[in-house]
Design a protein around this ligand. Structure first.
Ligand SMILES: [Zn+2]
Length: 301
């Protein structure tokens, strides 16, 4: 879903909810004559106040109390005519007072099912016994990643780099991170490095309405996962350039990016160069860890 559609959805949902609330209240007035009379008295007060006439505050307050009690007796809340919005930040307008698009719109637009292409997993489903000798060390990596996600964005880490051989559970851990962030209402994009390059290529070569849809989720998600870095093709002017731009912009905007790779840190330096390497392996901003052990996929068979 693009942002425009997501804003329309948020605004329409709010209008529908207010309309439904109104219908519900009118029905309550028809059903309950005491409520109807109280509401009529209250209207007189509002009218008098609008005309600038003096009103009896004590009487008004007792009428309001009566109305609340009557609504309650019908199983209706005090806020029936003014249901709280889904998003406190934008009051379901989709746009913040600053004019920026609200995070609720971005979550809605990004989390439409098309931007998470790795399997979602749960931290609670991780079976450390499969690791054998390396269980304790790998359990620590899982726990550290979970801690970073829990604290984000009130912590320093902006990149998570998971290294390790084939079948050591890197994608599983990435899937846990995606599920965790989604369960907190964050926007998540999780793609393979191959998909990442496809999106960059599409963005680079498309000049219609769809252009932005390829790149915006990569830039705007609270959490971006790029799985299996090193398996993608290196296209001139595309792969390294887009990787650098996305990484850089996300760090600048305080977003969290998780990479998994079979490559060693030396091989990453050789393949992607100093600019990308120095950001991925930034001591203060990146958490780098290796999962180790035999290929779990072979073990499970
Ligand atoms: Zn909002």
């Amino acid at each position: 879903m693009d942002y425009k559609k997501a804003i329309e959805y948020v605004v329409k949902r709010r209008a529908d909810e207010i309309y439904s609330a109104q219908v519900l209240f009118e029905r309550a007035l028809e059903e309950n004559s005491a409520l109807y009379e109280t509401e009529k008295e209250l209207k007189k007060f509002t009218l008098a106040a609008a005309k600038g006439e003096k009103t009896d505050k004590a009487e008004l307050s007792s009428l309001l109390k009566k109305k609340t009690a009557l609504l309650k007796s019908m199983g209706l809340g005090e806020k029936i005519l003014n249901p709280p919005p889904h998003c406190k930040n934008c009051s379901d307008k989709g746009i913040l007072p600053s004019g920026a698009i609200c995070g609720c719109v971005k979550s809605l637009a990004i989390n439409d099912g098309e931007n998470v292409t790795i399997p979602l997993r749960k931290f609670s489903d991780a079976d450390m016994t499969l690791y054998g000798d390396t269980a304790a060390r790998n359990a620590e990596v899982f726990s550290n990643v979970e801690k970073i996600l829990k604290k984000f964005p009130n912590n320093k880490k902006r990149n998570i780099v998971l290294l390790g051989g084939t079948g050591t559970g890197k994608t599983f851990l990435a899937g846990c991170a995606a599920e965790f962030a989604l369960s907190r209402g964050e926007s998540v994009t999780a793609v393979t490095a191959f998909d990442f390059v496809q999106r960059a290529l599409n963005y680079h070569t498309t000049f219609d309405d769809r252009k932005q849809s390829y790149i915006r989720p990569l830039l705007d998600s609270s959490l971006l996962i790029i799985d299996d870095l090193g398996t993608e093709s290196v296209f001139k002017n595309i792969t390294l350039e887009y990787l650098y731009t996305v990484l850089n912009e996300r760090m600048y905007k305080n977003k969290l990016t998780l990479f998994t790779s079979n490559l060693s840190s030396d091989a990453i330096l050789a393949r992607y160069g100093e600019r990308i390497y120095s950001r991925l392996f930034d001591k203060a901003l990146s958490y780098v860890a290796a999962l180790s052990g035999d290929d779990l996929r072979l073990k499970k068979r």
